[in-house]
Design a protein around this ligand. Sequence first.
Ligand SMILES: [Zn+2]
Length: 337
Amino acid sequence: MLLTASQAKKLYKFCAENKVGMIAVNADGDSLLHDSLIAAVEADAPLILETSLWQLEGKCFGYGDAILGLKKYIVDVALMASHKDFADVPVIFHIDHVPANRAVDVLTTAISGMPVNVWDEEIKVYPSSVSFDATGLSDQENIKCVLEVAKVAKEVGFDLVFEVEPGIEDEPTEPEEAVALFEAIEKEAPGAVHLFAPAVGTKHGDTTRSGRSTFDVDRIARVKAALEGVAKRPIGIALHGSSGLNNEQLSEAVKAGVTKINTCTFFLGARARAMYKYLDDNKDKIQMGHKDMKETSKDPSLDAAVSKTMIPIIVDRMKVSNAAGFGKKALEYVLSE
Ligand SMILES: [Zn+2]
């Protein structure tokens, strides 16, 4: 089931307390979104589905309009996650770091509730949790941006769940810097920050097979300990740029306190190769005049072949990140009083 912001807050807490690393699938289309839900059932794991601005504005969802993309994406996730097969999977819909110059606009619109009209009926849809890209911002600018969103959240009565970052590809984050940023936000918007994404030597779009040598796992534990020392509540660490890490590094990251593993590039490549393989294996059948052309060329045929590759890959990540086996338990906790 798709979680509200208040429920997402509880799930992040559960994961931080139980050393569960949720896989945050940066799904850029309906097919990967669906495969992620199936994988979550198979692994009995909690799941985060998230989107970047390029996906929201992409042809598949927003067709140039990020808010239209958000509405369509959230409705899609809500419908699929309410299917009986996925009723036991706690699902968070997270807005992945939107570029800073768009952040206040996109995030305040999203948390105010985006109207979706079907005939004369209107419902409002909301994200479960949010973040923006602080790359290149000073701490003051970063804080200002978070607090502008928090101010609107207060006005509209939205239970804000923020993932804050100091710029994840910037200089490695020192624990005292993380604390200073957290405290400045907490003072004005108490209880909004539940995830922190420090710079720990990872990089977006990285696909090294042997693991990333600059990855500093100890820094994760130090930042987390420092943050929880002042927050007096669990603060999960979000890991960006995970595609360049090997399984051992991912597993160590979770042990050190990572509760959200953003995964984009790794899955994009796997999907593209699976699509290529299907089309290459069937290159004769998709030609004009072949008796199987129609069947072979259908989107669901391609999609079914790609799913066969993708689902085990996602399940495997959920096992490596210690999310497998925690889905139902986490949902029970989220729904408890
Ligand atoms: Zn990222």
